[in-house]
Design a binder for this molecule. Sequence first.
Ligand code: SF4
Length: 492
Amino acid sequence: MNVHDSERLSGLLEDAGYVRAEDGASEADVVVLNTCAVRENADNRLYGNLGHLASVKAARPGMRIAVGGCLAQKDRGEITRRAPWVDVVFGTHNIGSLPVLLERARVQDEAQVEILESLDVFPSTLPTRRESAYAAWVSVSVGCNNTCTFCIVPALRGKEKDRRPGEILAEVEALVAEGVCEVTLLGQNVNAYGSEFGDREAFAKLLRACGQIEGLERVRFTSPHPKDFTDDVIAAMAETPNVMPQLHMPLQSGSDPVLRAMRRSYRQERYLGIIERVRAAMPDAAITTDIIVGFPGETEEDFEQTMHVVRQARFSAAFTFQYSKRPGTPAATMEGQVPKEVVQARYERLVALQEEISWEENKKQVGRTVELLVAEGEGRKDGSTRRMSGRAPDNRLVHFAVGDTAAADLPRPGDMVSVEITYAAPHHLNADGPDGGSAIRTLRRTRSGDAWQARQEQPEAERRKAAVTLGMPSIGRPAAQPVGEDDACGVC
Ligand code: SF4
């Protein structure tokens, strides 16, 4: 959500005539910090960065600093009090105001703080700088009506607001027309989508409607919620070929008392029932999750219940977190805070178990032939190992050998290749060819690859301009990157 908001902030500024600085803060006239209050130490990091920028700004008169996002929504005027060199503070509900606030700060030569209590315009109507030519985020809703006691999101993002299905589908169609072949539908709780306009089956219908869009090869979504996850969504996933066999289903805890204290209204039995039904409908689905260890009051028995669910569910991966207080949430002041060393020990046991399961599940992939959507920037060692990287339908990351394939014959990001998996590690798979050669069995050049190539061939200035699109029925260029492990925030 936060990354997609950053795409919008970039799009807004580029639409207003700003140009991205080549060399980061050292040469920028404007620096925007988009903050996330979910991540641990977000405030320390913000004020640390602002401290660093104070000296940069002192050496560059006229430089402007803006702070937005969840932490700005939370801290408001506190930011300009602690860091008086900040020029603009804006919240989660008015990101569209950034260019105007920057201009006002310049003309009036004083700090502008503007925080709204509810959504100004739906963010998807704002220009967006799509970072990827082949994959895009598409918001279906913002905000959340739940009240999980560890979570700061409802306080900072407000009540759920749903976008109309027609608008969402128009945006997806516009993206596909520009070359995008994968979309990730985005919402704090996608399964509650439709509650605002009274259609509890709206999300399943949306998935099926995405299945009708010619040229859209892969549909993913994040995040669902076990409370609202219904069988019509499982059926829509299983019956819609372009909806990928992948599900990120946040567990948070396997213990019923802890789930109650978290104010998450499903219980272990319901959760495992969903997993069972998903596996029955889609045997090859990769299911991932989020787990918090050491929530206030968690006993050894509670923790064992989490371990039990992990053993039963056999997640392909889990984002595991040690509970830490978020000021302003009910859990921050609950009794029974678990000592740090106990949390650490449980966390290590959980990670060890999950690693073992992830590895075992990945080993089952060896020998399978999978079609990969070739990705950009997903393999740090690709250059030195003569490999490229891509995502399988279930979103597993696969590094595949290209041997001595000539540059002109290599697949491009956005193209599809099929490879046979030859090696499994806990967090990725490899596909290596015979005798150190290429692993590519078939290469399908796609419109997404063409779109990626067209971007590369554009002069830099044009490329930047062309990457900015209107989020709604739009003319422009495609897309964004799928969420990676480092991006998980552990809510929902
Ligand atoms: S964890 Fe997710 S579902 Fe719960 S309140 Fe936060 S955003 Fe909403």
